[in-house]
Design a protein around this ligand. Sequence first.
Ligand code: ZN
Ligand code: ZN
Length: 150
Amino acid sequence: MTHLDATTLLRGAGLRVTEPRRAVLTALDGMPHASADGIHARVVETLPDVSLQTVYNVLRDLTGRGLTRCIEPGDHPARYELRVGDNHHHVVCTHCGAIADVDCVVGQAPCLTPGEDHGFVVAEAEVTFWGLCRDCQTADAPLAAVAAQD
Ligand SMILES: [Zn+2]
Ligand SMILES: [Zn+2]
């Protein structure tokens, strides 16, 4: 993956460049669909004083400015990614919460049109496909397999 220029991204979005913001963007560059916990774990490797709450605040600011996208897959914790603005969708494992990107279902955004638009001009469709990921399909006893990975 090309090295992300966090400073340029932040400036372009009109956000002040801070070390936690740069660190969160850099962490997300290497792990798409990370949770706030996962991002925090990565950030403290270089900035040990950054709290989880700071990471949440940074993610809120970045998402508010369109630099990151927040996905909230059902009961699983929210995930964040840098791939924004392309109306892509997600497939989520109902068992372990693994997420993968799925390109537009049909053509360009919105790739699905509602049967009734209720007078809205529809710009995007966000679709979540649910299923079992490859690991969870092959596990004989899925719960035991997940526990064994820790
Ligand atoms: Zn799974
Ligand atoms: Zn995605």
